[in-house]
Design a protein. Structure first.
Length: 288
C-alpha cells in the first residue's frame, strides 16, 4: 500500500471549524487515534503531515508508532505575515524571524520545514491564485535558511510564478502546483524537487454543490493534462491527497488519489510505478 505524502490530521474532511475546535484546548488523543486507526486498518504505514498551529500533528507523531505508522511532520507550517497560511501554522515578517521559526520547529521535533509561498485556487477566476505570491528572492532565502539548518523543505505553492520560484529555490517537494505551465514542468523535470499534486482536493468536489461542476471541470482538466505532461517529461511525482481537506477523508483520500492517476494515465502499472518511485524520493528527503 502507498503512503500518504500529504495529510492534515487536525482536519476531518467534513467540517473544518468543528474539527479544529476539538483541539482548541490541546490535541484530542481520541480524535487523533481514530484517524490513525483508519490508516492502520487500510495498511497505510507512512504519513507525511502538512502541519498545524495547535500541535496536533506533533502529538500524532508521538502516538503513531502504536499503530505501526512512520509519521512525519513539520509541526507547523511557516507563512509570511499578511499572506495565506495561518490555517496551518505560524507567521514571520522578516528573515531573522523566519530563521527563528525554523529553529522553533526544530526544537519542537519537526522532521522538515513547511513553507507557504502562494495562496489557493481562485474558484471565481479560472487560472488565478488568491493573494500575492512571495518574491522569488525571498523564497530562495527561506529555502537556504532551512537547508542550512539541515531541514528538507515542503512548499505549498500554486501558479506559474510561484512554482518556478520554488523550484529555482530548491524546495524538496512542491505541494499542489495548480496552473503551472509547460516551462514550469520542464524545470521540475530538470530539478530534484518532487511534485505532490493533491488532485482529489478538486476532483472530490464534483457533484457536491459547493462549487458548480462547470467551474471545477476546467481546473480538473488542466491538472490532468499537466500530470500527463509530467509523466512524459519524467517529473518526480508522489502520492498525497491533502487528507483532511473538505471531502478528502483520511485513509480514503490516498486511495482516491491513486485511482485518479490510474484514470489519467490509463495504465495502472505505469501509474503505480511512477508514484512508488516518487514516494521513495519523499521518504529519502523527509525522513532524516
Amino acid at each position: 500500500m502507498f503512503g500518504e505524502c500529504h495529510a492534515h490530521i487536525i482536519m476531518d474532511g467534513v467540517n473544518y471549524r468543528h474539527a479544529i475546535d476539538l483541539h482548541r484546548n490541546g490535541p484530542d488523543d481520541n480524535v487523533i487515534r481514530e484517524h490513525l486507526k483508519i490508516y492502520q486498518d487500510r495498511g497505510i504505514t507512512f504519513v507525511r503531515d502538512g502541519g498545524d498551529a495547535l500541535g496536533v500533528s506533533a502529538r500524532a507523531k508521538e502516538l503513531a508508532p502504536e499503530y505501526g505508522i512512520d509519521y512525519r511532520t513539520p509541526v507547523f507550517a511557516i507563512h509570511k505575515e499578511g499572506h495565506y497560511g495561518s490555517i496551518v501554522g505560524k507567521s514571520f515578517s522578516t528573515m531573522p524571524e523566519f530563521h527563528k521559526r525554523v529553529l522553533e520547529a526544530k526544537e519542537q521535533g519537526a522532521d522538515f520545514i513547511k513553507i507557504m509561498t502562494t495562496g489557493l485556487l481562485d474558484f471565481n477566476a479560472h487560472g488565478a491564485i488568491t493573494g500575492t505570491p512571495l518574491d522569488a528572492a525571498e523564497v530562495k532565502e527561506m529555502v537556504h535558511i532551512a537547508h542550512e539548518e539541515g531541514m528538507a523543505v515542503m512548499s505549498h505553492t500554486n501558479g506559474t510564478y510561484g512554482v518556478q520560484a520554488a523550484v529555482e529555490a530548491g524546495v524538496d517537494s512542491l505541494e499542489h502546483g495548480n496552473y503551472m505551465n509547460e516551462e514550469s514542468l520542464t524545470m521540475l523535470s530538470e530539478s530534484h524537487t518532487v511534485w505532490v499534486p493533491t488532485l482529489v482536493t478538486v476532483r472530490n468536489l464534483l457533484g457536491d454543490g459547493r462549487y458548480a461542476d462547470e467551474t471545477l471541470k476546467p481546473i480538473i482538466e488542466t491538472a490532468e493534462e499537466n500530470v500527463r505532461k509530467a509523466f512524459r517529461l519524467g517529473v518526480k511525482v508522489a502520492p498525497g491527497s491533502d487528507a483532511g481537506a473538505y471531502r478528502v477523508l483520511h485513509g480514503q483520500g490516498i486511495q482516491d488519489e491513486m485511482q485518479a492517476f490510474v484514470q489519467i494515465l490509463g495504465n495502472e502499472e505505469k501509474a503505480y510505478q511512477w508514484l512508488m518511485e516518487g514516494e521513495m524520493e519523499i521518504r529519502k528527503k523527509f525522513c532524516r
